[in-house]
Design a protein around this ligand. Structure first.
Ligand SMILES: NC(CSCC[C@H](N)C(=O)O)C(=O)O
Length: 688
């Protein structure tokens, strides 16, 4: 063996392992997706803390130290979706700072576990509140920074060191790793710092360089700069770490050339594909960059001459209980579905068939819902066995009770629903397996106790962590939900309302935005004491009313008795939607334009049928012609409950049957085992 001289080839501190991440050629993967360009991916999960945010965190800390604003012993407060918090906590562990991390509720439990193990104090903050609310991660961090002694907020959303580290570091690496060939970079956008810095850095070398940003569908970081999709809305999304409800100061829109929106479903699909087919253990937002690449390439905006670099910001580690887990995707969707249904009615009829489960809500007043989802998104595939003379079992269930049970299953390592009996009582049994890690400080963790414990508790596993024994405790819990089995004759009369072909069909804008405007209108009209006539209370029209009356319900006929304010909703076949309310004292309206009237699938309709469709006739009527609008009047409160389905789906097609009814088709995102599921809402129109 030859002798090797010189100092050992080791690093002194883990913070030296930040930056200089590898880049991988992904072209064969992306060619299979139909993308002809040369595509590389920069694997930022090779940074010490597991994400691209290590770069920003190190620079923010080092610069603040240089300026003398912080010194070891101080407390660093970080509002974050997780990664920046982990990066700061890691650096703080090495350098001797205290850390307080404000992390919103929706972020994964894995992030919190990593943060706590690094010694950080984690404060969970409300999710879904505006960024400038005192309850948001930013709001809480700001308050704590004022209140606590020697505490400093490191604000990645405002701190110019964020883009600068990418301009001076990441961009240089990309240029050198691609030997000066990179002309497009695609990055997910959370603060905008990565995209802004990379763009500034690479434009120095190549003035025609293009920076493409991607945000989740429902995020509105891009604001009015969303040049490609033009769909700027604000809706909840499951993706973590990118997207938001404001444009942070570090995001320089002049550095960005194009924006894309990636739906959770596609992003998670591509992330799982990267893991499965390429062995790249990435997080979900890496999938969003692939989705943006595919969209851009389909539009002809990326072609074979381009050399594209995708930024893969973090790893699977943060999401083991989330998109990486099929059960999580399904449980989350099902929970949101039952939450939305339970706002519209108490009793739900579930028809369990071989391949599908149908949900029907027919309240005494208000909107009817009909939904169908694949059976294996609800029942455990292995144990599902339908035993019924009629190939279907009809159940009556309290939907709020089911929703409460399902809420406890989100995040569980395993959940299964079973139709069963206790004595003669039929039940829906929800079995959940939850896993907790406890550290080795508990008495049972000694070797001896461990041996004694194992035979009696076969569900308990253990593993040695350092010199202590960490224990994984698995708990099985079964919740029993009472149900009523209905005979086939009882449900025979139960069928979807038959409606005429719509006069106008249109994709609704952001449901959350629509809901907040509708709620404001309803509130204003309710407080207007003199409201009467005009658009206010009247009788429900005949369309669909009476049809579809359920076993215990009286259909929608009782609608006429409601005296709540009525909203007038109208649309035309030129992409316009109008929401209005009028009382004696008040007349307000809001108009959306540029919406999409989706084309009907030619496979399902002949040319002749097509030309006879009322919507085709309406398309021929000019945009400014009043007769080209289809109109319905709906109960403001009921409408508000319907719109809460915005939590579940960003894609809703509204079909207007003039003066009669509004039918909404809500397309459910998520895996749903790759099948598209749809909810149908029937809302009868009130007459004037
Ligand atoms: N990925 C980031 C920063 S981007 C934050 C996204 C989101 N708008 C939010 O405010 O949570 C991190 O903190 O790790």
């Amino acid at each position: 063996m030859g002798s090797i001289s010189g100092p050992p080839d080791v690093i002194q501190r883990i913070t030296q392992q930040i930056g200089n991440t590898p880049m991988i050629d992904l072209s064969s993967f992306t060619k299979r997706l139909g993308v002809q360009a040369t595509v590389y991916a920069k694997l930022e999960y090779f940074n010490a803390g597991g994400s691209i945010k290590d770069r920003v965190a190190l620079r923010m800390v080092e610069q603040a130290e240089k300026q003398g604003t912080i010194c070891p012993g101080d407390t660093l407060i970080v509002p974050t979706s997780g990664n920046t918090g982990i990066s700061i906590a890691l650096i703080a562990a090495v350098k001797g700072y205290e850390t307080i991390i404000t992390l919103s509720e929706g972020m994964s439990m894995e992030k919190e576990v990593v943060l706590r193990s690094l010694g950080a104090t984690v404060i969970r903050t409300a999710s879904g509140v505006p960024y400038d609310s005192p309850k948001s991660h930013l709001g809480v961090a700001k308050r704590l920074a004022k209140e606590l002694p020697n505490a400093h907020m490191l604000d990645q959303f405002q701190n110019e060191e964020n883009p600068t580290v990418h301009e001076l570091g990441t961009a240089e690496e990309i240029w050198s790793q691609t030997r000066g060939r990179a002309n497009v970079v695609i990055a997910g956008t959370g603060t905008g710092g990565t995209a802004t810095g990379i763009s500034r850095g690479l434009r120095k070398y190549n003035p025609s360089f293009r920076m493409i940003c991607v945000e989740p569908v429902g995020s509105k970081m891009s604001g009015s700069h969303h040049s490609v999709e033009k769909k700027v809305s604000s809706q909840p999304f499951l993706m973590e770490g990118i997207g938001g409800d404001f444009t942070p100061e570090v995001l320089d829109q002049s550095a960005i050339d194009q924006w894309y929106s990636a739906a959770d479903k596609e992003s998670f699909h591509y992330a799982r594909k990267l893991i499965r087919e390429e062995g790249l253990l990435v997080g979900g937002s890496s999938g969003s960059t692939v989705e943006a690449l595919v969209q851009a390439s389909r539009k002809g905006l990326i072609n074979s001459d381009d050399v594209v670099v995708l930024i893969f910001p973090d790893s699977i580690r943060n999401y083991l209980s989330k998109f990486v887990d099929d059960k999580w995707l399904e449980a989350n969707n099902l929970c949101q579905l039952t939450a939305s249904l339970s706002s519209l009615g108490k009793v739900c009829w579930m028809r369990v068939e071989k391949e599908a489960v149908r949900f029907t809500i027919i309240p005494d007043q208000g909107t009817q819902v009909w939904a169908q989802i694949p059976v294996d998104t609800i029942f455990d595939e292995e144990s599902y066995n339908l035993e019924s003379n009629s190939d279907a079992i009809n159940i009556e269930i309290n939907i709020s009770v089911l929703n409460r049970a399902l809420r406890s299953a989100v995040g569980a390592s395993y959940a299964a629903l079973r139709l069963t009996k206790k004595g003669k009582l039929p039940l829906l049994a929800l079995t959940i397996l939850s896993t907790e890690w406890t550290d080795g400080n508990m008495a049972l963790a000694t070797d001896q106790a461990q041996q004694q414990q194992q035979p009696a508790d076969p569900t308990t596993a253990s593993e040695v962590v350092g010199n202590r024994r960490a224990r994984e405790r698995e708990t099985w819990v079964t919740q029993e939900i009472p149900i009523k089995i209905l005979h086939e004759e009882t449900v025979e009369a139960l069928h979807e309302p038959h409606c005429p072909d719509p006069d106008v069909h249109i994709i609704l804008p952001s449901l959350l935005q629509l809901k907040s405007i509708s709620d404001r209108f309803t509130k204003l009209a309710s407080t207007d004491k003199n409201q009467q006539s005009g658009l206010v209370a009247g009788d429900v029209s005949g369309a669909g009313a009476g049809a579809g009356t359920g076993p215990g319900g009286s259909g929608a006929a009782a609608l006429g008795s409601s005296s709540a304010p009525k909203l007038e909703l109208s649309a035309n076949m030129h992409g316009k939607l109008k929401l209005a309310i009028a009382t004696d004292e008040l007349k307000i309206a809001s108009v959306w334009s540029g919406l999409v009237n989706p084309p009907l699938d030619p496979a399902h309709i002949t040319q002749e049928q097509f030309s006879q469709l009322p919507s085709e006739r309406m398309r021929g009527v000019g945009d400014d012609d009043e007769s080209g609008w289809a109109k319905v009047r709906i109960d403001g409160k009921d409408w508000s409950r319907v719109l809460s389905v915005g939590r579940l789906s960003p894609r809703v097609v509204a079909c207007f049957i003039n003066e009669m009814a509004l039918v909404l088709y809500v397309y459910l995102p998520g895996s749903w085992n790759g099948e598209e599921s749809c909810l149908t809402y029937y809302i009868n129109s009130f007459t004037t």
